[in-house]
Design a protein around this ligand. Sequence first.
Ligand SMILES: [Zn+2]
Length: 269
Amino acid sequence: MSNSPLVQATILSPNHSGRRNQKITKIAIHHAAGVINGRNLAGVFVPRARRASANYNLGSDGVIVLGVDESNRAWTTSSSWCDNRAVTIEVGNSTRGPQWLVSDYVLNRLIDLVTDICSRNGIYPCTYTGGKDGVLQKHEWYKSTNCPGPYLGNKFPYIASEVNKRLRGNKTVSKPKNGLYRVRKSWSDVKSQKGAFRNIENAKKCADRFGLKVFDANGKIVYPVGKTIDQLAREVIRGEWGNGEERKRRLTQAGYDYYAVQKRVNQLI
Ligand SMILES: [Zn+2]
């Protein structure tokens, strides 16, 4: 498990339960109920007496401060069930109540952060269902509170949609139309199906294992598309994908299997 590379400072809170006991599948977005910069916001959760914390503190100045390692369960949402599953984010407001506005700049930083959390934790799509079954979570569902406030609360569908646009920034992922990704030899060859998955990454793994393809609910092939492992390996050798961690990140974000490509590179050179 890792923390976001978007973090600009680390001001750890002692208020957490240690390692979370669930895989990260949710993101709880809170508002700070105050106009406060990132460092001061993180500082609020440093005293033990506060008995609260957040994984990330995004200040009204747009600065992102790590408060609790992502691998740990923060005390943010008044719910063990939610906080064990959710990466939690406190967001600084640009005005006080009753509107509790958040600036466009901070909202954009929030979308960057949520996109990064989804990307590193294999969450796709980022859903807002209006309920606990979705990815985005609201504090007010777990406790009598006005958090995340009327403004930020109304932005949840927009946040989910923007995050998904960014996650889809590559052509290998197509939007699921409330259906499953099916792993088959061809769309018409129903009998060749080895599995059907809600999560495209799981579908890709299955396809790789059996040498099959992934189709979306409309029968459109979504994986593998575009370049073959061999083509990619040759591009890597020509220096088109950078080196080391950068190469790994770019190939992975483009939807390719970094290890398969690297293996072919090693065979070729
Ligand atoms: Zn809250």
